[in-house]
Design a protein around this ligand. Sequence first.
Ligand SMILES: Cc1cc2nc3c(=O)[nH]c(=O)nc-3n(C[C@H](O)[C@H](O)[C@H](O)COP(=O)(O)OP(=O)(O)OC[C@H]3O[C@@H](n4cnc5c(N)ncnc54)[C@H](O)[C@@H]3O)c2cc1C
Length: 394
Amino acid sequence: MKKKADFLFSADENKFREALRDFLVRVDAQKIEQEINEQNYYPRELYGKLGEGGFLAQVLPVGYGGSGSLTCEAILAEELGASCVPLAWIHSTSSYAYATIARYGTETQKKKYLSAMKSGAKIGAIAITEPEAGSDVMRMATRAERKDDEYVIAGEKRNITNGSKADILLVWAITNPGVDPAVGMSVFIVEPEKGFEVLEDYKLLGGFPGTINSHLKFDRLSVPKENLLGGENNKGAKILFDELAIERALYAAMLVGEARPVLELAVRYSMVREQFGTTISRFEAVSFKIADMATKLEAAKLMVYHTTRLIDAGFNAEKESAMAKLLASEAFYGVANNTVQILGGRGVTDEYPAEWAFRMARLSMIPAGTNEIMRFIVQREVYKAYRRKRAGED
Ligand SMILES: Cc1cc2nc3c(=O)[nH]c(=O)nc-3n(C[C@H](O)[C@H](O)[C@H](O)COP(=O)(O)OP(=O)(O)OC[C@H]3O[C@@H](n4cnc5c(N)ncnc54)[C@H](O)[C@@H]3O)c2cc1C
């Protein structure tokens, strides 16, 4: 009989999730996470091992070894998030790059780059943010100038996940400085070589083991003209907004996964910790926290899969992906914050992963666009829809 938790998913999606969970148990992903947390290394080889399971390329089209299903990719992000956070971060960011090549690449680019995703051999990154262009991406200053058969890229990118370790990076740059960046921006597939400089790998929020976040500099880095994504100049803004919708949905899926074991920890702990002659789960001040955590997390999960199904069906899901990212990061923060509280003094020590989860959850509100920007997008779309309705257009 179908389980309630599986109800929203097709038989194939449930089978995929089951097989993936079996695989993650077989490779002992949770132990890997523990080890990375203790030894703080970038698990590049382990990521390659994950490729052996054949699960990594869900965002790729069927002909390229994937399933072409963003919903399956979200299941992957969620399960990785629940079992091994550093591998989830490496993979998720990499998948945004590969998904974008799959959607916009020429046949030659797809043939050249996509096969490496399935094996986990080549890690991807997305380079948008700059020192002077964060939320306001249109302030981008990185330039790409055409010189004969090449583009020469100059500029800086900051806070780039996988940045210093990536094998391929999608780099957004201004190709026509004389016009609005919305029509003068392009994207390039960049392989680190001469002119690619790592200025710094950041230490994030007291330590975020196994994750790389870099400040990069491109000092007249040459890329062949064939590496212009999609082979078309000045299409960068359209590709950017499409990429961000996918990124936010998948990022939210990963956060839903990251929150799951933290909620379980709070439930488990509250059922064994006794005070005043009973387990603390008997106090409504504790169990109602559990109710709020579970409710918000479930809502975030539903929003994630609603969004991926819209994108899979070809709809624009800019509003929904912003909602999913907003809900998931705030649900995760609520789960982690309450878990620290429920664990009391134990919650702020490293005896349990609650304090680490709290730091991760706090951090999660910034990448993929801050939560303020998510609210900005949602309100803009709501007002837009209302104006259309009032004008009788809808
Ligand atoms: C862990 C991590 C991983 C990341 N990974 C990547 C990556 O792989 N690739 C990449 O390109 N970038 C990445 N980023 C960068 C991230 O996308 C930016 O940090 C984010 O978009 C915010 O930009 P900023 O840091 O410049 O902040 P700013 O844009 O300077 O914002 C500062 C504050 O002002 C607020 N603010 C700004 N504008 C508005 C507004 N219009 N309305 C209301 N409030 C506003 C913001 O919400 C924020 O609170 C990552 C960041 C982090 C922390």
